[in-house]
Design a protein around this ligand. Structure first.
Ligand SMILES: CNc1nc2cc3nc[nH]c(=O)c3cc2[nH]1
Length: 372
């Protein structure tokens, strides 16, 4: 009996409010998943990540298979025990990071071989090995191995990668061996071509997955291309399964994704932007490196529910960023993750109340007004 299940509780237009129930706790959707790349959400204690409102975080198979190694994490009790995060974890399959980080990559029908970007040691990642690694990590939601190509691309290249990804989806499903305590997601590919996307969605559904990721986006295409692909493809995915838009995004990407039927998001942006001095607020993003904050005694946002937005002056945050103090990365990572969770929590409430259109308009108006 499947121990990880999705329940859809409300819809408003294409937007959906749902919940994934797992043995390690529930995931309220639409959900933003902080990225814990190498077993840590950078500059955050796991308790702090939870306190921002996160139900689930993401681990990267590529980084963890290189260091400390999947078998080592398993021998230490699995990723949850290793990093002291006992709530759900989603892992990706590693293919995207191999193509973006690894050296000397060779992709064949069997899988991909590569050299570690850390010490040059040789690895092979196949659909079967990726499932094995994610199972060793004891991840709650795991991904098929796929091939994600950058956009723009030739149609025949998008078709080749999409068809390979379907064959790898089938091998991933076989290797998954119908495990009941975790979900396996297929990943829809097909670039920005509607016909290829439809064929990918149909091909994955004929294999059958617990959820469907929308891959091949946030790879350099304009936002309107991403939104068009989403509007076309979400209606072709099963309504009773979660949809996960990989690698997205900035707050306006997430709002647009929710409006187009996406349930789950992940992105390094809030934590990476925090480490680079950018603070996300309901007014939009504030670059605290900017000298104009040097004498600004005002807090970031005195109406924010987040104490970290009220307890320090913008001048102090500017000082931390300019001096590259560690506290700057800590505080801004927390502020940004808390803002992303506040945005998705308010979206969930808006969908339940049937006021998603108003919520989206109010949110965009506040960003545009920008009391930066
Ligand atoms: C930051 N943008 C981005 N992160 C991604 C991760 C992915 N993983 C597997 N497959 C993908 O297609 C894929 C696309 C992605 N875009």
């Amino acid at each position: 009996m499947k121990q990880v299940t999705f329940t859809l509780s409300a819809t408003d237009g294409m937007a959906r409010r749902g919940r994934i129930d797992t043995p390690r706790g529930e995931i309220n959707t639409p959900a933003f998943m902080p990225v814990g790349t190498a077993g840590t959400v950078k500059a955050m204690y796991p308790e702090q990540v939870r306190d921002t409102g996160a139900d689930i975080l993401l681990g990267n198979t590529y980084h963890l298979m290189l260091r400390p190694g999947a078998e080592r994490v398993a021998s230490l009790g699995g990723l949850h025990t290793f990093m002291n995060w006992e709530r759900p974890i989603l892992t990706d399959s590693g293919g995207f990071q191999v193509m973006s980080l690894a050296k000397l990559r060779k992709l064949t029908e069997r899988g991909v071989t590569f050299k570690s970007h850390i010490d040059g040691s040789a690895y092979e990642l196949t659909p079967e090995r990726s499932i094995e690694i994610q199972t060793l990590l004891d991840s709650d939601i795991i991904m098929q191995l796929d091939e994600c190509i950058a956009l723009p691309a030739e149609r025949k290249e998008m078709e080749r990668a999409m068809e390979l990804s379907i064959r790898w989806a089938d091998r991933s499903k076989t290797a998954f061996n119908n495990q009941q305590n975790r979900m396996l997601f297929g990943i829809v590919q097909g670039g920005d071509d509607a016909e290829l996307r439809s064929r990918s969605a149909a091909g994955l559904q004929s294999i059958g997955f617990d959820g469907y990721s929308i891959g091949g986006l946030a790879v350099g295409e304009p936002q309107e291309v991403m939104f068009r692909v989403l509007s076309d493809i979400t209606p072709e995915l099963p309504a009773d399964k979660p949809r996960y838009l990989m690698g997205v995004g900035k707050p306006d990407d997430i709002l647009g994704g929710i409006e187009r039927g996406v349930d789950m998001f992940d992105c390094v942006h809030p934590t990476r932007a925090g480490r680079h001095g950018h603070a996300y607020t309901r007014f939009g993003v504030i670059n605290l490196k900017n000298a104009r904050h040097r004498d600004d005694h005002r807090p970031l946002d005195e109406a924010s529910p987040n104490p970290n937005c009220r307890r320090w002056s913008r001048a102090y945050l500017h000082h931390l960023v300019k001096t590259e103090e560690i506290l700057g990365a800590m505080v801004l990572s927390q502020i940004n993750l808390a803002y992303y969770q506040e945005l998705t929590a308010r979206a969930r409430a808006a969908i339940e109340a049937g006021r998603m259109t108003d919520f989206a308009a109010e949110t965009r108006a506040a960003w545009a007004a920008g009391d930066l």
